[in-house]
Design a binder for this molecule. Sequence first.
Ligand SMILES: [Zn+2]
Length: 115
Amino acid sequence: MSKTQTTYRKTKSGEWVAYGRYSELMHTEGKEISIHKKDGSTTTRVCRKIGKPFRVDDGAEMVYAYLEGGERIPRWSGPCCDVCGSTRGVHEAFDLSGIGGYACYQCDDGFLSFA
Ligand SMILES: [Zn+2]
């Protein structure tokens, strides 16, 4: 039987995780794990948390390993509202102390001024 490699998987929420055998990943929390990339190279990432193991069709127990710094990468690469995180109608704004930031039109309630 060939060894199942740990590979990247994208979860429904858009987070990149490592996917591999539970028996290999179960004790890797806080440790580095090797992940095989599609191009054949291997990368090392720190495992933040091990998910719940689940069985796949061939009976193997598989698991997702959540990665340090692997939180969801938003498709939107522009500014987000500092208040609510919205990406709609975001503009640069300064608060009363003159600290620059971003606000959406909903959160810019007059205390913030347009840049
Ligand atoms: Zn907002």
